[in-house]
Structure formats: structure tokens, C-alpha cells
Design a protein around this ligand. Structure first.
Ligand code: MN
Length: 493
């Protein structure tokens, strides 16, 4: 594996994109963070589960003139294409899952630095006259009906009240007042939500830092889930492994927590115990924001409240955001999903999982394609065992498509070719009904199917599109003569 150790913050990442053909559009045309910014990017590069027309694998976009924020700029889509993630992490796009799997096995914990942190060049305390989050942080409202301005790529960092073990996770954060943010915790998820619950039991606030605009290695690895990263596993240590050096933290100024020293912005605050707020209390639309499955997420009536104590930032900070659904989410969630599955299947049946792809249509969470190598007659049936392991490695997974080694898992046409020529619906579809998957799947509701007893329960399904081992000979693809096509193609000079 190659490791790229020269990118340690967002600015360096943007410089790399700037120097690479077709990876970054910069504009000085003023943009309104209220719905306009996301509206523009939908056409330029969102892709994934975003409403058509959109563009899959378009460039990132940097807006130098953000209305209402003369000193700031805003960037969207930094990790919005797999090729770009490969470029920023120094890895072939097809091997990213394996790279992250390797890094999860060899973590390098973060370190707290005492030197002045770039993210604290400019400091605003909430006690100051006129402190107003909405005027300090250019958080976009992605559509006109959203609950409000969202911090979509805030690296939330907190520590367990009992053990002190830290966790980084991205949560949906909506600005609710001059010093108030709502934070949405997926019910039952084992991250900062579990820490906030424990702090609440003890009757204490939970100190939290929210770092925005960071090294893309941190953005991606913060999306790891249990069981790969159980509660208490600091995902920043996987980012450290990716860069072959510890992530640098700094001490927060107003709360007992650390933040990412190289971030563009840091919001410091506390999750308040015993308080729940309605996410759309300001807009009353019933909506949160567009979520990764491609639908607008319902506003939660049970959000926790963060009381903000300070906002710190670099000089001329770069606000980083995403559109919600789209390839950016697919890459962040999906590459970690691939790494988790790769780790578990490889351990159980070495050499049989050739590769895995978290398909964009599932937002990086709902669907994976497993490329299986049947090496021996006794490998027949092992492909289905690999699918069961994948469901265990990533509990939010709903659909697994199994294909052979000669299928390009990154080419949907090729995967559907396998479905059409190597699959019979009645014998190759395996249903596992009544299993908990993910609450944002709008079909995972009791009114959709009698087998669903609660929101978030689904029928996990395996589509086995592999050729039975003993029939492999009959399923050779037509072979063409091997030639070098270059001779017939005019070289562009
Ligand atoms: Mn986490």
C-alpha cells in the first residue's frame, strides 16, 4: 500500500485538487448559503442518491464569496468522487476498502499538542456581546424546506464519562439559536450518543468539540461503525494510520475536551442533560435535511441540545459542507463499510473475497457487491456464508449481491449482466426478514410490510449471482483476440 503523508489539513487537500485537472471548480460569484449553494452543486457534482439530473463524480466546488461572510469561503464535494478520495489518500480507488481495513488493524492514536493551534487563530466566546452562531459559521440550509442551517461535516469529538475513551463521529447539527445547536443521535447507535446518555444518567453535561474543515482522511475514517470500531475506539487513530502519524489535537478553551488542531472551525460546547428539542422548532416544516437515502429526513422530536461556549477558527476559514445524499456520503460511509466487511470475511475465509464495493445507490450503507473467488469445489456455498458475514460486519446493510471474479464490481452494467445471466430468482434469492437495518430507509416501516414490526427493521436479502462451481466451464465470456488498440487510435498531442 502507498501512503500519502503530505496532506494533513483541508487547505493542503484543496491545493492538491487545484493542481489536478478537473477536480476543483473555484468561483468568486457570490453564493447564498440559503439553498443556493446546495442547489448549484446538485448539478455540478452531487451524484449518488440525489434527484436527477445531477452529475456523478463531478469536481469539488470552492465558493470564495459567501453572502454574509466576507472573510470566509465554502467548499463542497471534497470527497465527492472515489477517484478524488484515491488521490487524497494515495491509493487506487478500487483498493480503498482494503487500505482502510489495514489501517483499522494498525491504529496510531492522536496526540494533544501544546503549541498554538491553527484552529484557534481567531476566538469568539459565547459570553461576548453579539455572539451569534448563525453569523459566525456559514452553515448552509440545503433546501428551502429544511429545519434550518446545518453543519453537515462537523467532526464531533467527545469522551466517555466513565472510561475517558474518545470517539469521533459525524452527526446532523442544526443551528437553533445564538448559542444553541441540535444534535441528532441515531437511536441505539454506539458512539457519542451513548456517551451523552451516560453523562445524562450522572446528571452532567457532556463536553463536545465540533471540528469543521479537516484532513479528508479524518472525514472518511470518522464514519467507521461498530463492530469494527466498538464504543471506546477512537477513529482518529485510523486516520493516524492512514497518514503514518498521529492526528494533532489541541485543548479546547472553554470545555474539558480536545479538538482537531488543523481544523478550519471548531465549535466548543456541552450536550445538556435532561433536555430534548424538536429539530424543526424554528421552521415547523416537519423536515430535517436531505439525508443519504435521497429523501428528506424527518425532523426528530428528540434531538439533544448543545449549548455552545465558543467558536474558534483560522483566519479566512474554509467552511466545508456536503449536500446530504450524494457521492460524498457514499464515499464516507461506503469505504468504511467495505473495510469492515473485508476485515471480517478475510478473517473467516482468507483469499475468497476478491473485493467489495458499497454501491452508490445504497448511500454507502444499504447495498454491497461482493466479488467472490471460488477456488475449490468446497468453496461452493461459501459465497453465501460471506454474505452472512457481511451483514454481521455492518449491521445497517440491507442488500448483498454476490458475483464472480470476472465481474467488474464497480461497473453496474457488469453486475446487472451477472444478475441477468447467472441468477434465477426462485433459487438464488435468500430472504432474512425481520432484521434491524437502518431507520432512514423509508420502506423500513410497519405500514410497508407485515414482516416489519418497527421502523428500521428490514428484510435483508442476498442475490447470489455467482456460477455454481461445477458449472464454471459453461460460463466463460466470449474471448476476443488480444491486441494493442493504440495503433489504431490517433494520439492526442
Ligand atoms: Mn464514531
Amino acid at each position: 500500500m502507498n501512503y500519502r503523508t503530505d496532506i494533513l489539513d483541508l487547505r493542503t487537500a484543496l491545493q492538491v485538487l487545484r493542481e489536478t485537472q478537473g477536480q476543483l471548480i473555484e468561483t468568486r460569484v457570490p453564493i447564498d448559503p440559503m439553498a443556493e449553494l446546495a442547489g448549484v452543486y446538485r448539478y455540478v457534482g452531487a451524484g449518488g442518491t440525489v434527484k436527477r439530473p445531477t452529475k456523478t463524480n463531478g469536481p469539488a466546488m470552492l465558493f470564495h464569496s459567501v453572502k454574509g461572510f466576507p472573510d470566509a469561503s465554502a467548499v463542497i464535494g471534497v470527497v465527492g468522487s472515489r477517484k478524488r478520495v484515491g488521490l487524497l489518500l494515495g491509493c487506487e480507488p478500487e483498493k480503498l476498502g482494503q487500505l482502510l481495513c489495514e489501517c483499522a488493524r494498525t491504529p496510531i492514536p492522536p496526540v494533544v499538542c501544546e503549541e498554538p493551534a491553527p484552529c484557534q487563530e481567531v476566538v469568539h466566546f459565547a459570553t461576548e456581546e453579539g455572539f451569534d452562531l448563525e453569523k459566525l459559521v456559514p452553515a448552509p440550509t440545503n433546501t428551502p424546506v429544511d429545519a434550518g442551517p446545518y453543519i453537515t461535516l462537523g467532526m464531533c469529538y467527545a469522551s466517555h464519562p466513565d472510561t475517558g475513551a474518545s470517539d469521533v463521529t459525524i452527526h446532523r447539527l442544526c443551528i437553533q439559536g445564538k448559542d444553541e445547536l441540535s444534535i441528532f443521535f441515531t437511536p441505539g447507535a454506539r458512539h457519542i450518543g451513548a456517551m451523552a446518555d451516560r453523562a445524562e444518567e450522572l446528571g452532567r453535561p457532556l463536553p463536545i468539540s465540533i471540528s469543521i474543515g479537516v484532513d479528508p482522511a479524518i472525514e472518511i475514517t470518522s464514519c467507521f461503525e461498530p463492530p469494527t470500531t466498538p464504543l471506546g475506539f477512537d477513529e482518529l487513530s485510523i486516520a493516524g494510520a492512514l497518514r503514518k502519524q498521529p492526528v494533532k489535537l489541541c485543548r479546547c478553551l472553554t470545555v474539558e475536551e480536545n479538538a482537531i488542531a488543523n481544523a478550519e472551525y471548531v465549535i466548543e460546547g456541552e450536550v445538556i442533560p435532561g433536555k430534548r428539542i424538536r429539530e424543526d422548532q424554528r421552521s415547523n416544516t416537519g423536515n430535517a435535511m436531505p439525508e443519504f437515502p435521497g429523501y428528506t429526513g424527518p425532523a426528530s422530536s428528540e434531538c439533544r441540545l448543545i449549548r455552545v461556549k465558543a467558536v474558534t477558527h483560522r483566519r479566512n476559514p474554509v467552511m466545508q459542507t456536503c449536500i446530504g445524499p450524494g457521492m460524498e456520503h457514499v464515499n464516507m460511509a461506503g469505504i468504511c463499510t467495505e473495510a469492515s466487511i473485508f476485515g471480517m470475511v478475510e478473517k473467516a475465509m482468507p483469499g475468497r473475497l476478491a473485493n467489495v464495493y458499497a454501491h452508490p445507490s445504497g448511500g454507502g450503507k444499504y447495498m454491497v457487491i461482493l466479488q467472490i473467488a471460488k477456488l475449490l469445489p468446497s468453496d461452493e456455498g461459501r459465497q453465501r456464508q460471506a454474505a452472512l458475514l457481511a451483514f454481521s460486519a455492518f449491521p445497517e446493510l440491507k442488500h448483498v449481491i454476490l458475483v464472480d471474479e470476472d465481474v467488474d464490481i464497480f461497473d453496474t452494467d457488469d453486475v446487472l449482466w451477472a444478475l441477468n445471466t447467472r441468477y434465477q430468482g426462485d433459487k438464488d434469492t435468500i430472504f432474512i426478514p425481520g432484521v434491524r437495518c437502518h431507520p432512514l430507509d423509508p420502506s423500513a416501516r410497519p405500514d410497508f410490510s407485515p414482516t416489519i414490526r418497527d421502523t428500521g427493521i428490514s428484510c435483508k436479502t442476498i442475490y447470489d449471482c455467482t456460477v455454481p462451481y461445477e458449472l464454471k466451464d459453461r460460463f466463460r465470456r466470449a474471448e476476443f483476440m488480444e491486441v494493442d488498440p493504440g495503433k489504431w487510435i490517433r494520439k492526442e498531442s
